[in-house]
Design a protein around this ligand. Sequence first.
Ligand code: PMP
Length: 444
Amino acid sequence: MPKTESAAWLQRDAAAVWHPFTQHSRWLDDEPTVVERAEGPWLYDIDGNRYLDGVSSLWVTTFGHGEPAINDAIREQLARLDHATFLGATHRPGIELAEELLSTAPTGGERALGKVFFAGDGSSAVEAALKMAYQYSVQTGRARPLFVRLAEAYHGDTLGSVSVGGIGLFHATYKPLLLKTVEAPSPAVFDRRTTDPATAAAEAAAGLESLMAEHGDEVCAIIVEPMVQAAAGILTYDASYLTAARALADRHGALLICDEVAVGVGRTGRMWASEHAGIVPDLLIAAKGLTAGYLPLSAVLATDEVYNAFLGAPAEARTFFHGHTYTANPLCAAAALANLRLMRERELVKRADELGVLLGERLAALTRHEAVTGIRRLGVMAAVDVADKGERAGVAVCKAAKRRGVWLRPLGNSVVLMPPLALRPEETDLLVGALDEAIAEVYA
Ligand code: PMP
């Protein structure tokens, strides 16, 4: 196919489309890809070039694209029921998915995640969790209008989720519009305060403790991304922080919300990242990999205690006034159900853990480049920091990798690697090999 094919589509795109997180004044300079089809870990553009999908199409694919068993599940569901409302009605895929999700939920101690509330994407599930936490505080004694958020946090782009975000670049503009929050220090090592993860976690926990001592009575929930602050640059942190946050939430009668949108569904080598610390949150948010990357669907898993507070509230306050037109859409639910079942059958979480180790070994070799200033990884999510090089070093490295057939996305001066959980060893070599060559080229 001639190269002009994508050029023509990009002209039409530029004339009609407004893209997310995009500075349109230089949209075309960044050589966007016109994706035509995909198979497994491969994306094919409209000119017939193929690229290894090194970021799982924005952190969503589990098996890769076009997994036959998931395709079949969606097709079979389509033949029966495309959509039905979840208000005043229910359906088999929604019920079965809730059951399947709960069977995977983290356990330990007395707290049990026992109910599933569906939403449409990561942000809308965060919104639901925030409203649930606030309403729970009303049900159980006193309205607590304050949320604790972490520095460097990212929880989505709707106003509630922006309120609990802590990344200046993404969130500062919208500050006048937001909910009441207080910022706790990040437990991740990212500003060279210390190089020891356990020390960073202990310091951040001490910060959270004093914040809760001051504001605890007003706080309805502490919200965290467990183990990895992903959008901040795959900032990994020590599990001890989560244990401390769980204890502090309990001490002050606040809920702990674990946003597992990025880190859940096997991504960190455990089904849920909360498992690394052996904690059970009051609300657990799942999205992204939930449908294997096929369709938009998210979920808030709530403890029986939270659910029962709504059930036992005065009649006028029992309802959770929240829901979307497409809540638990049957096609989305069928995709998610097939994904979770297949993950169990094929032991994908265990394979992801093994893939993570291999990825870590391969990435370690990149330290031979002077330009590589840091590497972080947990499971199958990693970032390689590259030295500042005038403007947009991360973009330059990703462009050079793309010329070598590997599709990556930068976050500032970090290059993110988040391939499908089922990536094969030879594909892993290809992925890291292309990044290796790209760094060599850009910093030659
Ligand atoms: N929470 C976290 C931790 C995320 O990483 C993201 C998206 N990257 C979101 C929430 C928002 O999800 P969505 O983009 O599906 O709204």
